[in-house]
Design a protein around this ligand. Structure first.
Ligand code: FDP
Length: 338
């Protein structure tokens, strides 16, 4: 966004510093963390953009802890983010989708805990479809420098101090929240900076779009089947039939939902009894962003952010998007069962 008053662009760096200055007691560490993530994602964006001309497309031959084949770009993104977080020594714990356990850091004296999915939507990497990075930031609960406890690592999403994502699409965008609204930045390749596009993202309360992998229809519960039928019925008064849009990269599907409204669903099913998507580094951060933009995110019964996690790689069903759409799907689940 051009700052009309001063008629100039505002970079991510400046915006973060302006935010920090509003809190005179702030140590600047959270700002540093956001800047580190911003820098790592610029490097990832550069590699994503030239993926076809460098030897970085394709699988690296291994599988990750979830049994999915690992792409070389996944590993590149993972190592860029970890080294950015390692450098500033303000992080005590990092959990990444790519690593089974907690990532070893050079120093564990910091006060922040990071959960991240370095490259979400990896099955889309080789076909030039939008992918993204997701991050979620918590404060440690135990005293700095001591042993980390379970209470540090397994905090509900309501305790996030910041969260966001970077979308590597037709342009690279970064959205984040620190709990006071959502800010959206676009990477301007000519100056190599994220530039503010919208400092107060507010999503539509309703949107005529549903997003779900309909190939799994027969493994869904009755409530969801009935809701999707409802979306397909013709009723101009309620803008139905809705459009179906499914990219298959959660970041890209959620970003579209944030901008245009509607709903993104990854349900529990006979194939994935607990859902497929990960609570700590996919669903919590994107739910925090969505709620801060005026939307809603539930697991079918309650708020995603209130789930008490039991494991770092835990999965959850998710129904996320415009308030009216999410409340409507809940009506169907309550009526027909989940
Ligand atoms: P992917 O398997 O390509 O990494 O996080 C997993 C994820 O992508 C999400 O980004 C995406 O929304 C979902 O899985 C797609 O799953 P389906 O292929 O089962 O639709």
């Amino acid at each position: 966004m051009v700052d009309r008053a001063e008629n100039r662009v505002i970079t991510l760096e400046e915006f973060i510093i302006q935010g920090q200055n509003k809190f005179p007691g702030a140590t600047g560490e959270l700002s540093q963390l956001l800047r580190d993530i911003g820098l790592a994602s610029k490097i990832i964006s550069r590699e994503v953009n030239k993926a076809g001309i460098t030897n970085i497309l394709g699988e690296d031959g291994s599988t990750n802890i979830h049994g999915e084949s690992v792409r070389k770009l996944d590993l590149f993104a993972d190592s860029q983010l970890i080294s950015a977080l390692n450098r500033s020594e303000i992080t005590c714990m990092v959990v990444s989708e790519e690593n089974e356990g907690i990532v070893e850091l050079d120093s564990d004296g910091g006060k922040y805990i990071i959960y991240m999915d370095p490259l979400d939507g990896s099955s889309n990497i080789d076909v030039n479809v939008s992918i993204g990075s997701i991050f979620s930031i918590y404060m440690r609960q135990s005293p700095n420098g001591g042993e980390l406890t379970e209470a540090d690592g397994l905090q509900p999403g309501t305790e996030q101090v910041a969260a966001g994502y970077v979308l590597y699409g037709s342009s690279t965008m970064m959205a984040y929240t620190t709990g006071a609204g959502v800010s959206l930045f676009t990477l301007d390749p000519s100056i190599g900076e994220f530039v503010l596009s919208n400092s107060k993202v507010h999503m539509p309360d309703h949107g005529p779009i549903y997003s779900v992998n309909e190939g799994s229809y027969h493994s869904w519960n009755e409530g969801l089947k009935q809701y999707i039928k409802y979306c397909q019925v013709e009723d101009p008064e309620t803008s139905r039939p809705y459009k179906a849009r499914y990219i298959g990269s959660m970041v890209a599907d959620v970003h579209r939902t944030l901008v245009k409204g509607g709903i993104f669903i990854y349900p529990d099913s006979s194939q994935y009894p607990d859902g497929k998507l990960r609570l700590m580094y996919e669903c919590n951060p994107l739910s925090f962003v969505m709620e801060q933009a005026g939307g809603m995110a539930i697991d079918g019964s309650g708020r995603i952010l209130e789930i008490q996690p039991k494991a770092i790689h835990q999965r959850t069903p998710i129904f996320i998007g415009s308030r009216q759409n999410v409340m409507k799907v809940k009506e169907f689940i309550d009526k027909y069962g989940c």
